[in-house]
Write a protein that binds this ligand. Structure first.
Ligand SMILES: NC(=O)c1ccc[n+]([C@@H]2O[C@H](COP(=O)([O-])OP(=O)(O)OC[C@H]3O[C@@H](n4cnc5c(N)ncnc54)[C@H](O)[C@@H]3O)[C@@H](O)[C@H]2O)c1
Length: 266
């Protein structure tokens, strides 16, 4: 079997490094090049091997030399659209985990991908447990009128609320067909987190945490909590690997890992 050739964009970051390890463990995938704005060396060593691959801050140069099938992106939100614009022109599929993308940017990604006939998977959370958490929260959303989300992440995370919390709140409200009931305080100075679709999202940022989220749904006399905890970044890798294998042959934007898991809408 010819392996799928992969470039990692944002390779020197925390997620980029985890992806390198995961790719090197995966027989059907081959890391052929790496890109990071902070690159100073021109090769990056592969884990548990004497081999290395091309490293550069210049994405176009790495695409031209390595001819990847897929680019995996874990960089920063403002780097994503320029990377997609370049990748599609070379017919390269993309798997994007970078969070903080705006709706208009997602629309542009979809039209670029369709225009050039490539697939782009964008998922704000590649942890399969998180995808299940959102699916279960959507299922329960019709039966409760109030909900809040507490999301906890490491202190280096730049965005708040997290992409996963925003996705969860929007998905829950979509399923209900209306926003949740938001308790109104008579005291205007009371801070109740960021309100999305009637759901207050509380963002905790502390060292010692990776990524956790709890969705609490409530109605008089009862609450239902759906909670997902992670202990290290390996939790994202099965989802990233699945998307990298599935994106070949797709056309346009595939938004959310659940689309590749065959989870039925509720
Ligand atoms: N979708 C998911 O499941 C998931 C999981 C964890 C993190 N994330 C997201 O992934 C992104 C990266 O997270 P991280 O913790 O690895 O961050 P990080 O800061 O450790 O790594 C980002 C890397 O991108 C590089 N970079 C920045 N701008 C660039 C550019 N213009 N071109 C090339 N490289 C560039 C940086 O030099 C850095 O090495 C964030 O948006 C984060 O929220 C997503």
């Amino acid at each position: 079997m010819i392996p799928t050739k992969v470039i990692v964009h944002g390779v020197l970051g925390r997620m980029g490094q985890e992806v390198v390890h995961a790719l090197c463990r995966e027989p059907g995938l081959q890391l052929v090049g790496a890109v990071d704005i902070q690159a100073v060396a021109n090769r990056i060593p592969l884990p548990n091997s004497k081999d290395s691959v091309l490293l550069s801050s210049d994405l176009e140069k790495v695409i031209k030399e390595c001819k990847p099938d897929v680019i995996i992106d874990f960089s920063t939100a403002k780097a994503v659209l320029p990377a997609v614009s370049l990748a599609v022109r070379y017919g390269t599929n993309m798997v994007i985990g970078t969070t903080g993308l705006q709706t208009d940017e997602l629309r542009t990604i979809d039209s670029l991908a369709k225009e050039y006939g490539v697939g782009v998977v964008v998922a704000s959370n590649f942890a399969l447990g998180a995808v299940m958490m959102i699916h279960l929260a959507k299922t329960a959303a019709k039966y409760f009128d109030s909900a809040e989300i507490i999301e906890k992440h490491h202190h280096m995370k730049v965005d708040a609320p997290s992409g996963t919390a925003l996705t969860t709140a929007k998905a829950m409200a979509d399923t209900r067909g209306k926003p949740f009931n938001r308790p109104i305080s008579k005291e205007p100075s009371v801070s109740r987190g960021q309100q999305i679709e009637g759901i207050a999202i509380h963002s905790v940022r502390l060292p010692g945490i990776l990524a956790n989220q709890e969705v609490i749904l409530s109605s008089p006399g009862q609450t239902l909590s759906i909670k997902h905890d992670t202990v290290n970044r390996e939790c994202y890798m099965p989802g990233v690997i699945l998307a990298t294998k599935e994106v070949n042959g797709k056309k346009g934007l595939i938004y959310g890992l659940e689309k590749l898991l065959g989870l039925k809408g509720v």
